[in-house]
Design a protein around this ligand. Structure first.
Ligand code: UD2
Length: 327
């Protein structure tokens, strides 16, 4: 199904200078009035389209949020403290940003009568009992981050039930793509960095643990569908439905980069989830969303990609070499 065109809207993207948020902003500008609320602790100004209006501020600050949200009809809520480990170390601090501030966002949306699409996470499932995991599985998070995203996810649904606000929660699996970097950036960007530097590719544990890796460009498409769907008050898994073992990922990245890096194993991560994979049938059926970018082509385009602001291979503006569809 084609990605819906969204135009002539007034839109707020919280965390709009971050990894996923900045790709979303690229997809929405210039055909909409797009505002970005970001405190730039992890967000990057150079990733921001010149067509967006930037409000520098913290989502915990009601005044900044009010200013950013005045008159909007659509909010994409991506601002968060994304480190699971940090949430374990400082649960109250991450709760203030990931949950309390998110409630401010929902309240602000109520004031403005704006649709809200929130970034939820596979972290809400903890160690899933069944694979692939569907949205009907128990919410059994194993980290404060997962508890916070689980509560936000529930609130999102409640705001639709109690106040009739059109809301959608997107439960992201392992998102990757251009502009993902920094200490919490994820295994794909870490492995690519290691491979490019011909340093050892470090697998934590035996490498047989698996994840569902979804390209940020597909995630943007899921957001655009969530912005227009009639199936509101719902949470949707956003993944590809395919799981990849970390050891296989290491090989794929070594091949794609032509690296001579050795692959080494170190201690498994404490509390690591063994397998994570999305049942994507609900998103496909109700949201009309199917991931299009297979992991190998996604990695190939990532390895070959340069990153000029707002124009790289991860934006929904068509790049020169479109990763092939696997659907
Ligand atoms: C992802 C999300 C996290 C949360 C969680 C929910 C990312 C970046 N993080 O965490 O926000 O939603 O899912 O379950 O998407 N690994 C290595 N070597 C490395 C780095 C990682 O072997 O250098 C392994 C790691 O032990 C794990 C897997 O790769 O088994 C994925 O790690 P990750 O940090 O990319 O993502 P994950 O699934 O822990």
């Amino acid at each position: 199904m084609d990605t819906p065109a969204i135009r002539d809207r007034t839109i707020l993207v919280t965390g709009g200078a971050g990894f996923i948020g900045s790709h979303l902003v690229d997809a929405l500008t210039p055909q909409n009035e797009v505002r970005v609320l970001d405190d730039f602790t992890t967000g990057d100004r150079t990733h921001l389209s010149d067509d967006a209006t930037v409000i520098e501020g913290d989502i915990r600050d009601p005044i900044a949020l009010q200013r950013a949200a005045r008159g909007v009809d659509l909010i994409f809520h991506h601002a968060a403290l994304v480190s699971v480990a940090q949430s374990v170390d400082e649960p109250r601090q991450s709760n203030r940003t990931n949950l309390e501030a998110s409630l401010l966002v929902l309240e602000q949306a109520r004031q403005e009568d704006a649709r809200v699409v929130v970034a939820s996470s596979a972290a809400v499932y903890g160690h899933p009992d069944e694979l692939p995991v569907s949205e009907t599985a128990g919410i059994e998070p194993t980290s404060p981050y997962g508890v916070q995203k689980g509560a936000l996810d529930r609130y999102t649904r409640l705001y639709e039930e109690l106040y009739g606000l059109p809301t959608v929660a997107l439960r992201y699996f392992n998102v990757y793509g251009p502009r993902q970097r920094g200490p919490y950036s994820g295994v794909i960007s870490t492995f690519i960095e290691q491979a490019r530097a011909d340093k050892p590719i470090t697998i934590e544990g035996d490498g047989q643990q698996s994840r569902d890796f979804v390209h940020v460009r597909d995630v943007v498409r899921a957001n655009l569908r969530a912005a227009t769907t009639d199936a509101v008050g719902e949470a949707y898994n956003i993944g590809t439905g395919t799981r990849t073992a970390i050891a296989d990922l290491a090989e794929t990245i070594r091949d794609a980069t032509g690296s001579t890096s050795p692959v080494v194993h170190r201690e498994p991560r404490v509390g690591d989830i063994r397998h994570s994979g999305a049942d994507v049938s609900k998103a496909s059926r109700e949201l009309g969303f199917d991931a299009r970018i297979g992991l190998e082509s996604g990695i190939r385009s990532l390895v070959g990609a340069s990153e000029p602001a707002g124009q790289d291979a991860g934006t929904v503006r068509e790049p020169h070499s479109e990763p092939e569809s696997h659907s």
